[in-house]
Design a protein around this ligand. Structure first.
Ligand code: AMP
Ligand code: GLY
Length: 421
């Protein structure tokens, strides 16, 4: 089988690494990929939002299956276009991907189908939003409804802060058109976690749970990022809680989307808060999470290509994924200045395979300059270690991270602190 993976981050490197071990796959192309991925697959320089270019490439190379990493091509309708052209592709259609593409849609959908989530108000007019922000019960989260690379949610602690954030999003348009509609919602209290699920629109199979670390600094301080590290599995959910999440959240979402004519196939990512009233949805994503995927996939024993094919063919009921024992921890090494303005072009030293630590190095923002590795983005590398338990995996991951150097490297020292308390 020939496969095309779309995307260029650590998530896509982890996907390619995992797919590479499948005996079903003979050739992997990645568009556009990155310097690390090019060590194990053929990278082609087509942008993730160039849907025509991608479908022409898939046709020309007789690609058997295309796997989409990021949300942007999904919300632009890449699956619809490929399907029109008779090409097999893994992911939700444009209408189904709206569950991530529009927070306003997702919140109204959850209200309609009684899926537990924070109480909320959707606002389109700035003056109305300011009036609401003056009298809301604080703290609240104020969110741009559209896509903002995971950075479109801001916490406000009092009316003054609330009004300032509304002004920034709707007046100054700091998130561009994504902020022309906003959601103001109740602040949920509890433990946050990620549950991603495989689904073909009928069968839903949750993966092991994981936890991301959104803020740049230890102790969850500083601005939000795309994610600074993850570990898997968490101890927050046991079998019974997983069942509750499936019954109260994942099933009604997939079934509700089907009822709305938005049949969902692919990965459904639920960002959840386990509150004292049970699990509630913070957000849905229509794809694998990053960095969570870098911690979850190394624990998957089963063949990922088999699962993808079963989903595309609508046969997921025949699959029973098998997971490895033990734990995985992933630490993101980011460039100086990230998440505001990342400094690139720094030479990276110490990248090699670290078999002794059972560690994998997934590349995100790297490029090759002559024989040197050089930083080329905000999140530079994801280092993942797998071991018999979380403490051993963490020791191995930090041993490895400390061997890798570049000027101004930022990484959190407290990944998985929630699990060690
Ligand atoms: P989002 O872009 O909606 O995923 O929000 C980014 C991050 O902000 C989440 O991962 C949570 O840590 C936090 N967050 C968002 N909404 C809420 C909420 N209603 N209550 C508590 N934390 C939230
Ligand atoms: N880790 C959060 C995301 O993938 O959106």
């Amino acid at each position: 089988m020939k496969i095309l993976v779309i995307g260029s981050g650590g998530r896509e490197h982890a996907l390619v690494w995992k797919l590479k071990s499948s005996p079903l796959i003979k050739k992997i192309y990645v568009a556009p990929g990155n310097a690390g991925i090019s060590l194990m697959a053929t990278c082609v320089d087509i942008k993730v939002n160039d849907l025509e270019g991608l479908s022409d490439f898939a046709t020309e190379k007789n690609i058997d299956l295309t796997v989409v990493g990021p949300e942007v091509p999904l919300t632009l309708g890449i699956v619809d276009l490929f399907e029109q052209k008779g090409l097999r592709i893994f992911g939700p259609t444009k209408k189904a991907a709206e569950i991530e593409g529009s927070k306003a849609f997702a919140k109204e959908f959850m209200r309609k189908y009684h899926i537990p989530t924070a109480s909320f108000k959707i606002l389109e007019d700035k003056e109305e939003a300011l009036a609401f922000a003056r009298t809301a019960a604080y703290p609240v989260f104020i969110k741009a409804s559209g896509l903002a690379a995971g950075k479109g949610a801001v916490k406000a602690n009092d009316p003054e802060e609330g009004c300032r954030i509304v002004e920034e999003i709707m007046g100054e348009k700091i998130f561009g058109a994504a902020g022309s509609r906003i959601v103001i919602e109740e602040c949920l209290i509890g433990q946050e976690l990620t549950v991603m699920a495989f689904t073909d629109g009928k069968t839903i199979i949750p993966m092991l749970s994981s936890q991301d670390h959104k803020q740049i600094y230890d102790g969850d301080r500083g601005p939000n990022t795309g994610g600074m590290g993850a570990y898997c599995p968490t101890r927050i959910v046991d079998e019974q809680m997983t069942q509750t999440i499936v019954e109260q959240i994942l099933e009604p979402t997939v079934l509700g989307l089907e009822k709305e004519g938005r049949k969902y196939k692919g990965i459904l990512y639920a960002g959840l808060m386990i509150t004292r009233f049970g699990p509630k949805v913070i957000e849905f994503n229509c794809r694998f999470g990053d960095p969570e995927t870098q911690a979850v996939l190394p624990l998957l024993h089963s063949d990922l290509a088999d699962i993808f094919i079963a989903i595309v063919d609508g046969n997921l009921n025949i699959i029973e994924p098998v997971w490895k024992d033990g734990a995985a921890a992933c630490v993101i090494m980011a460039a100086k200045g990230y998440p505001q303005k990342a400094e690139t072009g720094q030479k990276i030293e110490g990248i090699r395979t670290y078999r002794e630590n059972h560690a994998y190095i997934f590349h995100a923002g790297t490029r090759k300059e002559n024989d040197d590795w050089v930083t080329s983005g905000g999140r530079v590398l994801g280092v993942t270690a797998v071991n018999k338990d979380l403490r051993t995996a963490l020791k191995a991951v930090y041993d490895t991270v400390e061997k890798i150097h570049f000027e101004g490297a930022q990484y959190r020292r407290d990944i998985a602190y929630q699990a060690l308390k």
